[in-house]
Design a protein around this ligand. Structure first.
Ligand code: SAM
Length: 211
């Protein structure tokens, strides 16, 4: 993703009531932030946040945390949340590498990965959000029945993930290489990237994984 630095984005994030600063302080206690015991679902690499905001609007009985490492990108989601003021949604400006220091074991009920950066070079494979290294992190923070749901239009990344996820000891419960013509098409919530790439004619791949 090409990024234009927006001056002041770090400062805006530091003071935003929609962002949880120093999230590790809430480890094991994120329900306090929401004021209820509803399940917590996260999107890792949420970008501008269209997907997670629509989920939060549709499912008030679920608490959502959007994870995005770049302040400049997160700022766009914050602007939308300033209008919507969804009480079941907060953002974290962190790298996914630190998720196991932020969440307690089994604190998260579901992880969404949408159009994650492909990192096509073999030497960067560990950076892919479906690599065995990241699956180990998700294994730690997800509830026993928790799932990882992954969407992409990148066929190579999808093929890689269909292998790397079982290699990490997970099961692929469901997968398709054409989500928009599948049994899950009606319930699908599109992300920003999904809208862009499907409008170009790219089929969308999806898998659901559990332990
Ligand atoms: N999920 C959005 C969508 O589908 O429209 C955005 C997709 S964009 C290609 C990938 C996003 O993931 C970028 O905003 C990037 O900054 C973020 N990202 C990539 N690696 C990350 C990491 N390790 N931790 C947190 N965010 C990450």
């Amino acid at each position: 993703m090409r990024l234009r630095h927006i001056p002041g984005s770090e400062d805006a994030i530091a003071v935003s009531p929609h962002v949880i600063g120093q999230p590790e302080k809430y480890q094991g206690n994120f329900h306090q932030k929401f004021g209820n015991d509803n399940p917590i679902q996260i999107e890792v690499g949420m970008g501008k946040g269209r997907f997670i905001m629509e989920l939060a609007r549709r499912n008030p009985q679920i608490n959502y945390l959007g994870v995005e490492r770049y302040p400049t990108v997160l700022l766009k989601a914050i602007k939308k949340q300033e209008e919507l003021r969804l009480s079941n949604l907060y953002f974290l400006c962190v790298d996914a590498k630190s998720l196991s220091e932020i969440f307690a074991p089994q604190e998260v009920a579901r992880i969404y990965l949408n159009f994650s950066d492909p990192w096509p070079k073999d030497r960067h494979a560990k950076r892919r959000l479906t690599s065995p290294e990241f699956m180990k992190i998700y294994d730690r923070i997800l509830t026993e029945n928790g799932t990882v749901e992954f969407k992409t239009d990148n066929q190579e990344l999808f093929s890689y993930s269909l292998e790397s996820i079982p290699e990490a000891g997970w099961k692929i419960d469901w997968s398709t290489r054409d989500l928009h013509h599948s049994s899950q098409a009606d319930d699908n919530v599109m992300t920003e990237y999904e809208m862009k790439f499907s409008s170009m004619g790219n089929p969308i791949c999806k898998l659901i994984a559990s332990r």
